[in-house]
Design a protein around this ligand. Structure first.
Ligand code: GDP
Ligand code: MG
Length: 163
């Protein structure tokens, strides 16, 4: 059995850092969807003997803020279609932004399991700051540090359980 897990979120929250930490190998997959600017990386990951595909989303069109935000929404919609489970990465250093709220809205409307990963919780002093992310309306969250790896085990336990 396998499954597809997509990492979504606004730019700079640490999606690619998390992706690179979790994958064993990259896969080249040719995109069949035309007319959409996509910057998506595919990899294979394994957790407790459970293999799954991982997608790092992150493409954007350089232009106005509007287009930028629309492109993030497009990436999220594609990921919702493509994936079985979604990891929504947010940034404890910055807190909830308008873009986070937009993404959260799309994810709440999806029928897919969503796991909120509050990233950049590099040490215990930042744990308390994560509480505000309940405000995204997606329930409980996992605190992680993609840089030092802490918390990713608990997150992955939950993710593979949902696959
Ligand atoms: P993306 O745009 O969401 O893919 O974000 P990146 O993975 O490119 O990371 C954006 C910035 O956040 C980079 O400077 C990373 O080094 C930094 N970053 C990512 N994860 C962490 C983390 O767990 N802790 C800290 N302090 N910085 C992080
Ligand atoms: Mg990235």
């Amino acid at each position: 059995m396998s499954g597809i897990v997509a990492i979504v979120g606004r730019p700079n929250v640490g999606k690619s850092t998390l992706f690179n930490r979790l994958i064993q190998r990259r896969e080249a997959i040719v995109d069949s969807v035309s007319g959409v600017t996509r910057d998506r990386h595919y990899g294979k990951a394994d957790w407790n003997g459970r293999e799954f595909s991982l997608i790092d989303t992150g493409g954007y069109v350089v232009g106005s803020d509007d287009i930028f935000e629309q492109e993030i929404d497009k990436q999220v919609e594609l990921a919702i279609d493509e994936a079985d489970v979604l990891i929504f990465v947010v940034d404890v250093e910055v807190g909830i932004t308008g873009m986070d709220e937009d993404v959260a809205k799309l994810l709440r409307q999806s029928q897919k399991p969503v796991f909120v990963a509050v990233n950049k919780v590099d040490d215990a002093t930042r744990e308390a700051n994560a509480v505000e992310f309940y405000g995204l309306g997606l329930g409980d969250y996992y605190t992680i540090s993609s840089i030092n790896g802490s918390g990713s085990g608990e997150l992955l336990d939950a993710v593979v359980e949902a696959l």
